[in-house]
Ligand binder design. Structure first.
Ligand SMILES: [Zn+2]
Ligand SMILES: [Zn+2]
Length: 340
């Protein structure tokens, strides 16, 4: 089944409910990055958490949320990005990093990440960016995101995230449940919720046993969970996928940051160049001819080699922003006519 996200209300609107089944998404991430068991759990929780946060925090159809976790543990950190449109991508710094499971048998994401910080960036389509950083609480990710919501967004919420692996190493279940506590929530509802949460052993095992609706129902038992009617909103069920925004053009742009001499060295040593997208693991290879074609797109200072002008492969023109080069020479850009 495709990864999907659904919305609901509980306790007559006192709790807002977002639930995501991200098994397919997390398996895709595992496969692309060949992550170890606990790295898969860390990345899977972060991807699922980002998908939920994007729905909770975004106001427009083209907004994005990025989670950046830096920690002193063996994983070295991770990045997860989710759009409100359901496109999610992410990576970890050390995919091979592994730690012993916890005493209760769960994958030890907290030890894998160590202590550090969680940075959350919200970006709108118009380019506005909100950026906020909180210290990691446990490194188990769900608790850290809930802490961020409380500290930076003043949004009380409970968050469950889980990834379970099959003996084969493949993802058996993955998902998350975000319960936003509205200002109307009464003592009785909060006490019930707290009690229910304390009895919930793990969201991934519930998900495996009962499916997405059933797992959420179990966590919210006694709290009158209602799924949002299909006609109530166009987001009542959203497909979630691992989708990267990389392309061949962007990969070629990355090579334009090297000097022509450096590109010649790549040709001499490797017979061309390979650019690997760190977000999704896609490989783009370029022949010597394609690498040399970059030379015609740029102009450099004859004295020091500083890039003065570039007509990039993705259509953007970059011009050196000063009258004088950093070596002191007057910048003199000669743009070739298209027919030349
Ligand atoms: Zn990519
Ligand atoms: Zn110069």
């Amino acid at each position: 089944m495709k990864s999907r996200l659904i919305r609901g209300l509980a306790a007559a609107g006192q709790l807002r409910v977002l639930a995501v089944d991200s098994k397919r998404l997390v398996e895709e991430a595992r496969r692309r990055h060949t992550t170890s068991a606990s790295a898969t759990a860390a990345l899977g929780r972060a991807l699922s958490g980002a998908a939920l946060l994007a729905q909770l925090l975004s106001k427009g159809r083209r907004e994005r949320v990025t989670l950046i976790i830096d920690g002193d543990g063996p994983l070295g950190g991770l990045v997860a990005e989710a759009g409100v449109d359901g496109r999610v991508r992410g990576y970890v710094k050390n995919p091979d990093a592994e730690v012993e499971p916890r005493a209760d048998g769960k994958l030890n994401v907290g030890a894998l990440l160590g202590s550090g910080q969680l940075r959350v960036i919200r970006a709108s389509a118009s380019g506005e960016q909100y950026d906020s950083t909180v210290p990691l609480q446990s490194g188990e990710i769900a608790e850290d995101i809930a802490y961020y919501l409380w500290q930076s967004e003043q949004q009380p919420a409970a968050l469950l995230l889980g990834v379970m692996l099959a003996p084969s190493g493949e993802v058996a279940s993955a998902g998350g449940l975000l319960l936003q506590v509205t200002p109307d929530a009464g003592e009785e509802v909060l006490a019930r919720l707290q009690d229910n949460l304390s009895r919930t052993a793990g969201f991934s095992s519930l998900l495996l046993e009962r499916g997405l609706q059933g797992a959420a129902q179990e966590v919210l038992r006694g709290l009158d969970l209602e799924w949002r009617a299909p006609q109530a909103a166009n987001l009542e069920e959203l497909a979630i996928d691992f989708v990267c925004r990389c392309s061949r053009e962007k990969a070629l742009v990355a090579l334009s940051y090297f000097t022509p001499q450096e590109r010649e060295e790549m040709i001499a040593e490797d017979g061309g160049a390979e650019v690997v997208c760190h977000w999704c693991g896609a490989k783009y290879t370029f022949s010597p001819e394609q690498l040399r074609s970059l030379n015609a797109r740029e102009q450099r200072c004859p004295d020091c080699g500083t890039l003065w002008y570039e007509s990039r492969a993705d259509g953007v023109e970059v011009v050196y922003p000063h009258e004088r080069c950093k070596c002191g020479r007057k910048v003199d850009i000669v743009k070739e006519s298209p027919s030349a």
